[in-house]
Ligand binder design. Structure first.
Ligand code: GLN
Length: 188
């Protein structure tokens, strides 16, 4: 199994390092020919408007969307989750996106007052509280019927969801030492 990590912008190295510690082979995806070589893909955190523009520039947006719709497992962290959502709330009007997952993403939902924070969160199918790191994070909203909520903050706001082979997290598991969400994704 080769796990692709979209390497256009953002925290892709941290995902690669986590996967290497787990003994999993990775490949950086920048071009359509890289995408053809991978079995699954992580879309990292970063800046969703920039990653979206680069997806268009590198002619990856359409082939990536088609692979996901054909069933390739995909996991978006933070900006990656925003790119996967069916609708982006508070996005840029011209922001390119994949629109593959039946959920909305509200960008920068915690405002500038609370740019970054950490919390222990219960995640479905993970047997211990997960240490979450949020950085200018989105909140996930209005999940469709096919979408299963995996984690919420104590106030009920959704921070992780799964729809079949698609996983979205508002937070950054690659910035912790806990590989359990990476393991969850590899089980898809
Ligand atoms: N605020 C960023 C965006 O809109 C996401 C931040 C992140 O990925 N850490 O894309």
């Amino acid at each position: 199994m080769t796990v692709g990590v979209l390497a256009l912008q953002g925290a892709f190295r941290e995902h690669e390092e986590m996967l290497h510690r787990m003994g999993v082979a990775t490949r950086q995806v920048r071009l359509p020919r890289d995408l053809a070589e991978v079995d699954r893909l992580i879309i990292p955190g970063g800046e969703s408007t920039t990653i979206g523009k680069l997806l268009v520039m590198y002619e990856l947006l359409t082939p990536l969307r088609e692979r996901i719709l054909a069933g390739m497992p995909v996991w978006g962290t933070c900006a990656g989750a925003i790119l996967m959502a069916r609708r982006i709330v508070d996005g840029r009007p011209d922001q390119p996106a994949l629109n593959v997952m039946d959920i909305e993403a509200r960008r920068n939902a915690f405002g500038s007052q609370l740019d970054s924070f950490e919390a222990e969160v219960d995640v479905t199918d993970i047997d211990h509280p997960f240490h979450t790191v949020f950085i200018r994070a989105p909140i996930l909203e209005k999940p469709g019927e096919q979408c299963r909520v995996l984690a919420t903050l104590p106030d009920g706001r959704i921070v992780a969801a799964r729809q079949a082979h698609m996983l979205a997290t508002s937070f950054h598991p690659e910035l912790t030492n806990d590989s359990s969400i990476h393991e969850l994704f590899l089980s898809f």
